[in-house]
Write a new protein. Sequence first.
Length: 276
Amino acid sequence: MNAVLDAETWRRRGPAALPPPWASAWGGDRFGLWADLAVAGVVQRLRWIEPGSFLMGDETQPESQVLTTIDAGFWLADTACTQALWLAVMGENPSHFSEANERQRGSPQHPVECVSWNDVVLPPDGFLTRLQAFTAGAAPELPSEAEWEYACRAGSRTAYSFGDRVTSEQVNYRADSGEGMTVAVRSLPANPWGLCEMHGNVWEWCAKAYGHEERSTQVDTDTVERALRGGSWDLYARGARSAFRDADAARHASRYIGFRFVLRSPSLAAAPAVPR
């Protein structure tokens, strides 16, 4: 977001407070505004995502796309949650690709995986509930599917934010070159809004129940499926497209699935995306 804006444009498109009260550092770069959240010595950078409109859905079937408006801006983690951040908040690391895995060794900067939607969301012991101790009143949430795709596309109308084709130098996806695994966050190029590994690496949980309206209030049970976006290291490139959708049971955890989170002020929590 350009910091040189008139007051009215800033009111409509900028964050309510800058710096946000939870930020340990903040600034601007070629991607826009950023702010850092510090948790027990672990720093997660978040990017300000301005409100706006985009065509949501499969770009190869334009008749099925829906013009969707994100009415309120939000802070979005620039990477999937790392093993280091999960450990700082939760006190343990469930990941398959951890430093303890001698055959496929990860690191604290690899994305956390083997976490279910319930592990991330459900109170009183879910990650997002515990994270609130560090967010100065801001509400940590999973993004809606609309917010996720809007941020992933970053203004693009192509299959990926990088264009209609990708390579392994841009996205960590399944190739025919041996056994794969996750890569450390920020290993690959950021999209035009400064967000890393939105395509591939790990699937990312979204807020809604799959097949239900955005921000469904449906009571969570072990049988509810939650939406997944982004593809993973074990899926071919087609599954990493901006519009590609999948789902899994809220209770299910696997080495293919992680998440990234949103921070928004309490007054803006749960504001739905609006199809136009």
